[in-house]
Design a protein around this ligand. Structure first.
Ligand code: PMP
Length: 421
């Protein structure tokens, strides 16, 4: 099979709305390496958009899925339940950074987890309002599109969206938004749009993912928690992209001194199988009536088996510590490249959630062009990089945390070349 032929067939058979980044097609993959159908090899720093913290086809994850295949692949948990689901909930309940009794429900996609967190928050508080942030990304369903704080390409032509959703500013030092500005934007929402006692939840990504790997400052998270407590509003952390060792902790909220009420997770939870979850304070999680939550495929047995193996691998291979170390090496390499790359406007990181933002040196304006150049230079040398950011001027690095040291060093060389030559 040839990539060119496949591209032609793709354009005929599938809609353009499913935008596809690469013009080559996957054939096979192993840990941090991916081969296309023409036998070309790339180092995969996209990792299926943050899904493969444990790499492609980790032997322990494959073995767990194969074992589950031998017993059953689907019963619909709400019809005939299975122990592995309950045990995974128990394991996650022990690990989420929320004190006191915690419960967990499983779904399939990140958007579905966010949808359900909203359902649970509304059922518990009996309030309609939701506050989210500019630059946020929460998914492609209607409620999650409404919550998302980036118009193009996610919202164009798809409205109207569910109401009672208000966007505050997310702190961003580079773009001149301080924590004080953010808190002021929240106060403005309470004055102009909705009374705080009508707000069910504030939902935020502790590190904005699609929005540019913007790390929430500790003082901001602290102030948000206090605001929520004052008004009886729930705090929902969307850890779909930050979860499962990426930031150097199992959950990014472990970096903060305050706790959320609910956490959504997906992506690296099941190492490539579709599984998502909502965890939260037991009293909140129990608000919806029986039958209100679930889904035919929610908590699929193969995906649940994979998630157990993911948790084992994260512990056995100390991937949280590894995320911290790899992230430091990458930040050092980016800092060294800075002297020869005037386009670099910012380098930011929480563990291995590392990003570099590019501006035009002359104007200081965001440079999506330079970002694309870096991506294509890296790809020409065999490294697949993803961009992000409201202006498309950020490169984010999402390598498997299981990547061998030598391959990681090679990738750093390619990054340095792509930035400086
Ligand atoms: N929330 C966050 C923070 C995400 O990064 C994403 C996906 N990029 C989603 C939700 C949506 O997840 P999914 O694509 O699995 O629906």
């Amino acid at each position: 099979m040839k990539n060119n032929e496949l591209n032609e067939r793709r354009l005929q058979a599938t809609p353009r709305g499913i935008g596809v980044m690469c013009d080559f097609y996957a054939d096979r993959a192993e840990n941090a390496t991916l081969w296309d159908v023409e036998g070309r090899e790339v180092i995969d720093f996209a990792a299926g958009i943050a899904v493969l913290n444990t790499g492609h086809r980790h032997p322990k994850i494959i073995a767990a899925i194969e074992k589950q295949l031998q017993s059953f692949t689907h019963t619909a948990y709400q019809i005939v339940p299975y122990e592995s689901y309950v045990r995974l909930a128990e394991r996650i309940n022990e690990r989420v950074p929320i004190n006191g009794p915690v419960k967990t429900a499983f779904f399939s996609t990140g958007a579905e987890a966010v949808e359900n967190a909203v359902k649970i928050a509304r059922a518990y508080t009996k309030r309609p309002g939701l506050i989210t942030f500019g630059g946020a990304f929460h998914g492609r369903t209607f409620m999650t599109m409404a919550l998302t704080g980036k118009v193009a390409p996610y919202k164009i032509g798809f409205g109207p969206f569910p109401g009672s959703v208000y966007h505050a500013q997310y702190p961003n030092a580079l773009h001149g938004v301080s924590t004080a500005d953010t808190l002021q934007s929240l106060e403005r929402i309470f004055k102009a749009d909705i009374a705080p006692d009508q707000v069910a939840a504030v939902i935020l990504e502790p590190v904005q993912g699609e929005g540019g790997f913007n790390v929430a400052p500790g003082e901001f998270m602290h102030a948000l928690r206090a605001l929520c407590d004052t008004h009886g509003i729930l705090l929902i952390a969307d850890e779909v992209q930050t979860g499962f060792a990426r930031t150097g902790k199992l959950f990014a909220m472990e970096h903060y001194s305050v706790q959320p009420d609910l956490i959504t997770m997906a992506k690296s939870l099941a190492g490539g199988m579709p599984l998502s979850a909502v965890s939260g304070r037991a009293d909140i999680m129990d608000a919806p009536a029986p039958g209100g939550l679930g889904g035919t495929y929610a908590g699929n047995p193969l995906a649940v088996a994979a998630a157990h193996a993911v948790l084992d691998v994260i512990d056995d291979e100390k991937l949280c510590a590894r995320a911290t170390v790899l992230g430091q090496h990458l930040v050092e390499a980016l800092n060294s490249a800075k002297a020869n790359c005037p386009h670099i406007a910012d380098i930011r990181a929480q563990g291995s959630m590392v990003a570099v933002e590019f501006n035009e040196p002359s104007s200081g304006q965001p440079s999506p062009e330079f970002t694309r150049q870096v991506q294509s230079k890296a790809l020409a040398q065999g490294l697949l990089l993803l961009s992000c950011g409201v202006y498309g001027n950020v490169i984010r690095f999402l390598y498997p945390l299981t990547i061998p040291d030598a391959q990681f060093r090679k990738a750093l060389e390619i990054i340095t070349h792509s930035l400086t030559r």
